[in-house]
Design a protein around this ligand. Structure first.
Ligand code: ATP
Length: 283
């Protein structure tokens, strides 16, 4: 790469529309965006700006009435040739899911199977997408839980015994179980209280340091981006209006809309932007 960064995912001229009785609505319009291997890229923008539509489209999880109106998404997983995700057949896509591409949808905490212990939820995903044996999987679970700051005993618990923050951390541990190249997390801290949000952000930062996983983190909250990401892309009415190093974007936003998002972060005392989460902050 000319700029010294390896591109893991390249979104080119991506447009996504929703069909409606009043005509088609453009939710994503001509988006160009690269995700560099090993980085944490934030996608910011207010509700309705197209963040989730962009995520589900590039992960090939878009459902009708949504459809891809144009563009390409080139993905370069480790140890395999590059693919255009938008043209990949279902069989090859299935091979990539969890092993190369993981997704934590918005509100996923509420979609855990309520009658299955945490260990069962790990087994379900890992057995389906790898050739690991039951005993190999069971041996992995305590280590994966530890990676997100949870005790091994959590494996025997049911979702109703976990707090929202613990559920989110279990899902994060499952998402990296097969060491994917890319994890896309949609609003991973929304609906959690502020102290728990910081724990989740710390766990995400730790996953990147421990596994070198590339993260795309979608959040309407610029405070999340200030604390976690390396670069941030700002979406407005379906378009990416600005992308850059997060410190630079906060210091000198080039778009008025970005400035209004930054100004909407609640300020406590004289501190204008939250401090980044550390590598191994005590929680
Ligand atoms: N199933 C759907 N049918 C029709 N229009 C949709 C559908 N889903 C989303 N949209 C429209 O697409 C646009 C982008 O929505 P999207 O959910 O991607 O935004 P967002 O930035 O992720 O917001 P939020 O965080 O609130 O989900 C909005 O105008 C929305 O109304």
């Amino acid at each position: 790469m000319p700029d010294g960064h390896e591109t893991l995912l390249e979104i080119e001229d991506l447009s996504v529309h929703y069909r409606s009785t009043h005509g088609d609505v453009a939710a994503v319009s001509g988006v160009n965006l690269s995700v560099r291997r090993g980085e944490i890229l934030g996608i910011a923008g207010e509700s309705g700006s197209g963040k989730s539509t962009l995520a589900v489209a590039l992960l090939r999880l878009l459902r009708p009435p949504g459809y891809i109106a144009g563009g390409s998404v080139t993905f370069r997983p480790k140890n395999s040739p590059e693919v255009d995700l938008l043209n990949l057949d279902e069989r090859r896509l299935r091979v990539l899911r969890w092993r190369s591409l993981s997704y934590l949808p918005q509100g996923s905490m509420n979609s855990m199977n309520p009658v299955m212990r945490v260990e069962g939820q790990f087994r379900d995903v890992i057995e389906e997408h790898s050739s690991l044996s039951r005993s190999q999987i069971d041996a992995m679970i305590p280590r994966l839980l530890g990676q997100v700051g949870l005790e091994p005993s959590v494996a025997r618990m049911y979702p109703h015994e976990l707090s929202g923050g613990m559920k989110q951390r279990v899902l994060m541990a499952i998402s990296i179980a097969l060491e994917p190249d890319l994890v896309v997390a949609d609003e991973p801290t929304t609906a959690l209280d502020v102290t728990i949000q910081r724990v989740i952000l710390q766990s995400l930062a730790d996953l990147r340091s421990a596994f070198g996983v590339t993260l795309v983190v979608i959040s309407h909250d610029m405070g999340v981006h200030a604390q976690l990401v390396d670069r941030v892309a700002v979406m407005y009415e379906g378009a990416v209006v600005e992308v850059g190093d997060v410190r630079q974007v906060f210091k000198q936003p080039s778009h008025e809309y970005t400035r209004s998002l930054i100004d909407s972060i609640p300020k406590i005392g004289p501190v204008a932007t939250p401090a980044p989460v550390g590598q191994s902050e005590a929680l």
